[in-house]
Design a protein around this ligand. Structure first.
Ligand SMILES: Cc1cc2nc3c(=O)[nH]c(=O)nc-3n(C[C@H](O)[C@H](O)[C@H](O)COP(=O)(O)O)c2cc1C
Length: 451
């Protein structure tokens, strides 16, 4: 499994003791065919006056012209202004009876078109341009990266950089980590109008989560987990979902899942590994435990782990009976996975015959870079995707990777040039498709991404 080692999470510790000031805040939504950031919401919240450490290195700057962006922030577009949740009167929705809650969970899932192919939450990696690339190539829903609920409520800069979305970015799960129900609710209310689920991260196994007491470490405090879910389920209009890991003991996992369902969770994503099974490349996810969870609850369930190509998707759905699958690491290398493209790794030695798909990871990277020009994100996210998508290419021409690593400040010109250089050096590693497979890329999404 990849690292959660992200600077933004580290912020939480330093922010806890920092001076707060009152200021105006905004959530930025981008319209599809314009680079204008649209300010949707404004309210007054506590906000740190100094820029938080870790957001100001060159790689943490947004990949757009800073001056232009500042000017846009002062000239909000008034066309899109949904009511802001924290401005609405506080309400306490009583949980409907269990039966009707389950029905509502399914009705919501059905309204969303029952998405099966889903981009997993990935810190610094499942950001808007990457989600849009995956959607073009078959993803039917996506999670944001995990957002830290406390920092999200406190820091405008964090909100602006870490949560961007656009009209086409649906269905969308917005994921938070939290250990305080009131703070989680405050954060959730800010994103509620722009998503289809507010998701609670109950699966992060990293040291930073242990220190911050969130993610998989909340498995040691189930009453707190229950109160987080109940708080959202009682107070939000949008359903609550949870992403969990397995307990070492299957019955504990089943009891956990049932508790979450009873607390008001409307959808459960199960990563089929325990908290201690951190290395997803070495340790296979346990699909039979996911099936046991699926058979024990009545809400929609998603499976996560071991989804490397479309054959895995079909096997997982058949073996577990879940509604859909999440993929993380494999999508980073191959964002076209859900459209039936596969990397050479899954072709060599296979009995099925495959053909060169005439699409490769450099093509996908160029598409991703164009999306980043349209929907700016911090350079560190772009850098991470370049390494993931072109990792195999760099193994053939390592000096190109060295040149990338030597750039403390990236530009689009440099990155497009880097792809050209690899091509001039004769590097090409195709993606493959099984013979007879037709790429599942819709004409609409092609048109949208080419515009
Ligand atoms: C770079 C990276 C960042 C991740 N960040 C998150 C996250 O923010 N929230 C979360 O619940 N899981 C996160 N994960 C875990 C994935 O969502 C997923 O559960 C895990 O990688 C197993 O799926 P896979 O076998 O398809 O990689 C992350 C994984 C990676 C590789």
């Amino acid at each position: 499994m990849g690292s959660f080692g992200f600077s933004s999470a580290a912020l939480s510790l330093s922010l806890l003791n920092s001076p707060l000031s009152r200021t105006r805040t905004r959530i930025r939504i981008r319209t599809p065919n314009s680079r204008m950031a649209t300010t949707l919401t404004e309210t007054t919240v506590a906000h740190r006056s100094e820029p938080p450490p870790g957001l100001d290195g060159d790689d943490d700057l947004l990949c757009c012209d800073g001056q232009k962006r500042q000017r846009q922030e002062k000239e909000p577009d008034s066309t899109l202004k949904p009511s802001f949740c924290s401005e609405s009167p506080s309400r306490s929705l009583s949980l409907p009876a269990a039966e009707s809650r389950i029905e509502r969970a399914w009705a919501h899932w059905t309204r969303l078109g029952r998405p099966k192919l889903i981009v997993a939450p990935m810190v610094d990696n499942s950001e808007l341009p990457f989600r849009m690339l995956c959607r073009k190539y078959g993803a039917e829903a996506a999670y944001t990266p995990m957002l830290h609920s406390r920092i999200f409520t406190e820091t405008e800069k964090y909100r602006n950089q870490e949560f961007t979305t656009c009209e086409e970015d649906r269905p969308l799960f917005v994921q938070f980590c939290a250990n305080d129900p009131d703070i989680l609710l405050e954060a959730a209310r800010r994103v509620e109008p722009y998503c289809d689920y507010v998701d609670i991260n109950l699966g992060c196994p990293q040291r930073i989560a242990r220190r911050g007491n969130y993610g998989a470490f909340l498995m040691d405090n189930l009453p707190l987990v229950k109160s987080l879910v109940q708080k959202l389920a009682h107070n939000l209009e949008v359903p609550v979902s949870c992403k969990i890991r397995l307990f070492p003991n299957l019955q504990d996992t089943i009891n956990y899942a049932r508790m979450l369902e009873d607390a008001g969770c409307s959808l459960l994503a199960v990563h089929g590994r325990t908290r201690d099974e951190k290395d997803g490349k070495k340790i296979r996810a346990n699909w039979s435990s996911i099936k046991a969870v699926k058979d024990s609850v009545r809400i929609p369930v998603l499976a996560n782990g071991n989804i490397r190509h479309m054959d895995d998707v079909h096997s997982c759905l058949a073996e577990t009976g879940v509604e859909g699958v999440l993929s993380a690491e494999s999508l980073l290398e191959n964002p076209a996975l859900f459209a039936g493209f596969r990397t050479a790794e899954w072709v060599v030695g296979s009995e099925d015959s495959s053909k060169d798909a005439e699409l490769d990871q450099a093509d996908l990277l160029v598409e991703y870079l164009k999306l980043c020009e349209q929907y700016p994100v911090p350079w560190r996210m772009i850098r991470a995707h370049v390494h993931k998508m072109l990792g195999e290419w760099f193994r053939i021409q390592p000096q190109v990777r060295d040149d990338l690593n030597a750039q403390s400040k990236l530009t689009f010109e440099f990155l497009y040039g880097l792809v050209d250089r690899l091509r001039e050096l004769g590097v090409r590693i195709p993606l493959y498709q099984k013979d007879g497979h037709v790429a599942e890329v819709s004409a609409d999404s092609l048109a949208a991404s080419n515009s």
